[in-house]
Ligand binder design. Structure first.
Ligand SMILES: [Zn+2]
Length: 359
């Protein structure tokens, strides 16, 4: 079994990866923005517990792709519930083994040890900006909760999850594709510039123009029994391609084929170009978005995806929510083409994609 449950994460990401034959193992990736924990995630996790049993739902690992509200809020709340129970002396609501997560500071320090500490006063001044403050606070909340709950950290990778780091979780092979070296370099440059100028606005700008989420997002390639999924967070397409090339997973001879591709950054047209889809192909393309707060997925992104494939190629484009403008564009694109569209109905708890049956 190799199954993905994409929850209604509104404009963010929140999904489970389940695999294994006798013992089901579970990874939770991201927690969605405010409201998602209570509306979707908590209920879905409760179903993982053994019916009638005392054992709480078990998660082998929780992975936060990057610290940004639309990915982090639900995890802050999940860990807050666990901490509350711990402080009250109650049974913990979930059994979580490990947390995989990079703080921006760790990523900056990976290339330039000590740089993040010297920029910290600027970062704190930049935190008068709401986006910076939220991200900074959420990162700290999650790190503190993980410490208090004695969760295992990034140890299987020997440090931050960056390009080339690998781990195995039962019979799931995990390869980190990004942050790639170029992304870490760009992040370091931003922090150096802030330090040289002594200007917190350099940090604020790095958050508000989306470069921090784009550059720090963890991209995972998961392989279970020869089936692969590429989970891209909010990374930028060029960094994903660079990471794949650096790791020898992609060359000029042919595109990389994966069974499932979660589109980067909710299908934004700012994170990918047409060439991205020429180089990464999938049987299942998943867009986690609701089209309300942001115009995601963008029509251009969908067109680039579809035009990268032959008309008689069979594949499925999955949407976690009904999004009228995206569905209209897909209907238009589907003329004379063989792909299918699958949309989670509002009453369904999750968009479930099982890899194994080729479409
Ligand atoms: Zn996002």
């Amino acid at each position: 079994m190799y199954t993905f449950d994409f929850l209604d994460a509104k404009h963010g990401d929140c999904f489970l990866v389940r695999w294994g034959t006798s013992d089901e193992r579970v990874m939770l990736v991201d927690g969605g923005p405010g409201g998602v924990y209570r509306a979707s995630l908590r209920g879905r996790l409760q179903q993982l517990g053994t019916p009638g049993g005392d054992a709480p739902p078990h998660l082998d690992v929780v992975c936060l792709s990057h610290v940004d509200d639309d990915h982090a809020d639900g995890l802050v709340r999940l860990f807050r519930d666990m901490r509350q129970a711990q402080q009250d002396g109650d049974a913990l609501p979930y059994a979580v083994d490990a947390l995989w997560f990079n703080s921006v500071e760790e990523l900056v320090d990976k290339r330039a040890p000590g740089l993040s500490a010297s920029v910290k006063p600027l970062l704190e001044r930049a935190a008068t900006d709401a986006a910076v403050a939220a991200s900074y606070q959420q990162g700290r909340d999650i790190r503190n909760a993980a410490g208090a709950l004695h969760l295992d950290g990034n140890a299987p990778f020997g440090g931050p999850l960056t390009e080339g780091a690998e781990a195995t979780l039962g019979d799931l092979d995990v390869t980190v594709v990004a942050p790639d070296e170029a992304a870490l370099e760009e992040l370091e440059e931003r922090w150096r510039k802030a330090k040289q100028r002594g200007d917190p606005d350099v940090i604020t700008a790095a958050y508000s123009d989306s470069s921090v989420p784009n550059l720090s997002s963890i991209v995972l390639l998961l392989r279970h029994e020869d089936r692969t999924a590429l989970l891209t967070g909010d990374a930028r397409g060029d960094h994903i391609l660079t990471g794949l090339r650096d790791l020898g997973l992609l060359d000029d001879s042919e595109p990389l084929h994966v069974d499932l591709l979660k589109l980067p950054h909710h299908g934004s047209d700012r994170n990918v170009e047409a060439g991205f889809f020429e180089q990464v192909r999938a049987d299942h393309y998943v867009v986690s978005a609701d089209g309300i707060r942001h115009h995601h997925p963008n029509e251009d992104t969908l067109r680039w995806l579809v035009e990268s494939r032959a008309p008689d190629d069979e594949y499925v484009i999955h949407l976690t929510n009904h999004i009228p403008f995206a569905e209209e564009e897909l209907t238009r694109l589907s003329e004379g083409r063989a792909f299918d569209v699958d949309v989670r109905e509002p009453a369904e708890q999750a968009l479930v994609v099982t890899i194994g049956d080729r479409p």
